[in-house]
Design a protein around this ligand. Structure first.
Ligand SMILES: [Zn+2]
Length: 234
């Protein structure tokens, strides 16, 4: 389905990202919520912003749509349940690495099939995002079916007057047109500490980034998109 070893290199984006205007009021001083399709997406997309919020003792909530149990599609039910448990624990370990203490909600929708439960996701997010001033969520055309369904679900909500911040996870691999993709994008500069914390948080997702029952799900070439000095948000 997704071939993380392919696609564009991080280097092919770096000049364009360096030239983006700085992200304004990001991360916010008030409580904010991240909606992540899988247990590692909040780290990959906005881990630096989370680390900066953590340093200010800011209040953050993370909604994880699936437990990421289907990362290895050939795994049986028992292996999937074990991976779900492991990945939820990795998400909490990543919080410690980032220096944040978010409240967390794991929705447990089926990994790889979020679109089949899209209406339910919209209903759950309507409750969870009620009154939340700033929501960070993956792009609706990020290029992974669960990501696109998650981005779509947030678009179905009436969030007038709220700030919706978008981040990319897979788009960096697939987008051919740098200029079109980066229209309206801004960059958050990561200081040394938040960048290092983000790298440690990515490493905390060991089931994804190390060789477990096969080669790493997320190889270094893909992770390079998320280890740079600037985090891009729209
Ligand atoms: Zn994901």
């Amino acid at each position: 389905m997704i071939e993380p070893a392919g696609g564009r290199s991080a280097r092919s984006w770096s000049d364009a990202i360096a030239g983006l205007p700085p992200a304004a009021d990001w991360p916010p001083d008030h409580p904010w919520t991240v909606v992540a399709p899988h247990p590692d997406d909040e780290v990959l997309g906005v881990g630096g912003a989370l680390a900066q919020s953590g340093r200010r003792r800011g209040e953050v909530h993370v909604v994880t749509v699936t437990d990421g149990e289907a990362a290895r599609p050939d795994a049986d039910r028992v292996a999937r349940e074990a991976l779900a448990t492991r990945r939820r624990a990795e998400a909490v370990a990543a919080d410690r690495a980032l220096g944040v203490q978010p409240t967390r909600t794991f929705l447990g929708l089926p990994d790889g099939a979020v679109a089949s439960r899209a209406d339910e996701l919209v209903d759950r997010l309507a409750e969870l995002l009620d009154g939340v001033e700033t929501v960070a969520v993956v792009l609706p055309d990020d290029g992974h079916p669960d990501h696109d369904a998650t981005g779509w679900a947030v678009d179905q909500l009436d969030l007038a007057g709220r700030r919706i911040v978008r981040f990319g996870v897979w788009a960096w691999n697939w987008d051919a047109d740098t200029t079109a993709r980066l229209a309206g994008a801004t960059g958050l500069d990561l200081d040394d500490e938040s960048r290092a914390r983000k790298a440690r948080a990515i490493s905390a997702h060991a089931s994804q980034v190390t060789a477990v029952d096969g080669p790493p799900i997320l190889p270094r070439r893909f992770l390079d998109h998320h280890l740079g000095p600037r985090e891009v948000v729209w």
